[in-house]
Design a protein around this ligand. Structure first.
Ligand code: PEP
Length: 247
């Protein structure tokens, strides 16, 4: 039986005061949740998040990591550095990084490999654009994106979390229907099954305008094991409602 996982992706949002208030509200609410929960904060706030969540069941992670080991890579943050002070997750291949920073499939796979090498769990994002969906390319796009990670990680693929995030649903208020999302999750699971006998135990999250009022229907699908939540993770009441739906 897979446990549901809900991960907040704060993107480039937050402030010391706002983070403290949000986390304090989440810590008050979490007793009602039966799912795994994590928040992925911008790098400068990770120390604060780590301190405020210490001793709680809430995990925390980064929104990216370098594919490289420490060295002459100005502006990058190594997985080893994140791991050193207790980071649990690193999102890799978010569509905003693919689109705005030109990150390709192999770089994303190399980041996942670096994360695993330092005991972080990579949350590997895949997803098609609206144009690709309308051209009937959804399956080939997400399979190509996941295939690079499978080939790079080989048997370690079972240690990643996969997030299906249709680009057209991210931050747009337009969510994939539970059936649309399940169809893609099922084909990702089948692809993982061909690579590892542990695919049935792997968590595949859905992300894209998940809210308190659509989360339960999405999470009820056979292959949807929780959510990667952007906008709604910034408001404690909204994020708490999603965590309840996953519980
Ligand atoms: C995301 O940024 O990963 C995301 C899913 O955003 P939103 O929930 O705002 O669509």
């Amino acid at each position: 039986m897979r446990r549901k996982l809900v991960v907040g992706n704060w993107k480039m949002n937050g402030s010391g005061a706002a983070n403290a208030a949000l986390l304090s509200d989440l810590l008050e609410a979490h007793a009602q949740w039966r799912c795994e929960v994590a928040v992925c904060a911008p790098f400068p706030y990770l120390a604060q998040v780590s301190e405020l969540l210490a001793g709680s069941p809430l995990a925390w992670g980064a929104q990216d990591c370098s594919a490289n080991e420490p060295g002459a890579y100005t502006g990058e943050v190594a997985a080893a550095m994140l791991s050193e002070f207790g980071c649990r997750y690193a999102i890799v291949g978010h569509s905003e990084r693919r689109a705005l920073h030109g990150e390709g499939d192999q770089l994303v796979a190399d980041k996942a490999k670096a994360a695993l090498a330092h005991r972080l769990t990579p949350i590997v994002c895949v997803g098609e654009t609206l144009a690709q969906r309308e051209a009937g390319e959804t399956a080939s796009v997400v399979k190509r994106q996941l295939s690079a990670v499978i080939h790079t990680l080989a048997h370690c693929i079972s240690e990643v979390v996969v997030a299906y995030e249709p680009v057209w649903a991210i931050g747009t208020g337009r969510t994939a229907s539970p059936e649309q999302a399940q169809a893609v999750h099922a084909l990702l699971r089948a692809q993982l099954q061909a690579a590892t006998e542990k695919a049935g135990a792997m968590q595949i999250l859905y992300g894209g305008s998940v809210k308190g009022d659509n989360a339960a229907a999405l999470f009820a699908q056979a292959d949807i094991d929780g959510g990667l939540i952007g906008g709604a993770s910034l408001k404690a009441a909204d994020f708490a409602a999603i965590c309840r739906a996953a519980s």
